[in-house]
Write a protein that binds this ligand. Sequence first.
Ligand code: MN
Length: 128
Amino acid sequence: MKKKILVIEDNEQNLYLIRYILEKNGYEVAAATDGMAGIETAAAVRPDLILLDIQLPVMDGYTVARRLREDPRTAPIPIVAVTSYAMAGDREKALASGCTGYIEKPIDPETFLAQVEAHLPPVGGGDA
Ligand code: MN
């Protein structure tokens, strides 16, 4: 079964690039382009992993991460922040909000997949 990744990203070019890389490598991709839609889609789709932009319309990524952690349906899903914020403080803020990891923009197509897969739960778990 294909693993599902939810991408919450408002920038069309980034979303296009992320979707391209993931689909090319056999992942199923769901997308949302604002924070609130991201939360709703996460609860509906139950993805294996969430890639979360921090600068988002309607609700920023820090708030999105906190809300996802508060909801028992989405609490166990790994969340990887994908953001252009390069400051160490922002990385800490993302992790404090409940993100499990952090990928810096601009996205490097050579290393992006490995960075994502480092945060995916291992294949062959109990009910796989
Ligand atoms: Mn953005």
